[in-house]
Design a protein around this ligand. Structure first.
Ligand code: AR6
Length: 168
């Protein structure tokens, strides 16, 4: 799939249409990738996020990227892992809703972090499988639309899981 690529590193460095933030329901910042994105974007990002009045798990909202090289940030809220099937569905929704939002804004490139696999405790292997199944399915369903998807792995373990999923 030439429209689906893996990069290992810091998502805040990517020059791209949108980067996805693994946020919490408040959309008011946090640790992990959320903290890194807010630090790199600057305080105007938090000011815009305050106007959004939060976000439900599995849903997505968009802001400007401010000082980031990415033009926009798509904020999505992954599930806090509990082990139920509902977690899988909600994680899948994060990817699909983010892609639908990017397309609705006419964007043609997007980068995802490994949503829910840090503070929210989702097992990395299971999350990688759900993420790749979701984005591959979306690309198939939207074959008439040019969308370049980057799966951004911060650590080498996630990058290895991603390479396995891409090969399947
Ligand atoms: N670039 C790319 N990936 C990163 C970066 C980065 N700069 N920094 C961390 N990661 P997490 P979650 C990876 O915890 O599990 C926050 O406090 C990290 O290695 O950031 O969805 C929010 O406010 C891991 O693989 O997000 C929420 O409260 C992945 O990003 C909560 O954490 C996700 O880890 C969300 O938890």
């Amino acid at each position: 799939m030439e429209n689906l690529k893996i990069v290992q590193g810091d998502i805040t460095k990517l020059t791209i249409g949108a980067i996805v933030n693994a946020a919490n329901k408040s959309l008011l910042g946090g640790l992990g990738v959320d903290g890194a994105i807010h630090r790199a974007a600057g305080p105007k990002l938090l000011a815009e996020c305050r106007q959004l009045h939060g976000c439900e798990t599995g849903q997505a909202k968009i802001t400007n990227g401010y000082q980031l090289p990415a033009k926009y940030v798509i904020h999505t809220v992954g599930p806090i892992y509990s082990g139920s099937n509902q977690d899988d569905k909600l994680l899948r929704n994060c990817y699909l809703n983010s892609l639908n939002l990017a397309k609705s804004r006419g964007l043609h490139s997007i980068a995802f972090p490994a949503i829910s696999t840090g503070a929210y405790g989702f097992p990395a292997s299971r999350a990688a499988h759900i993420a790749f199944a979701a984005v591959k399915n979306w690309l198939e369903q939207n074959a008439d639309y040019q969308m370049k998807i980057i799966m951004c792995a911060f650590d080498s373990k996630t990058a290895q899981l991603y390479r396995q999923e891409l090969a399947e």
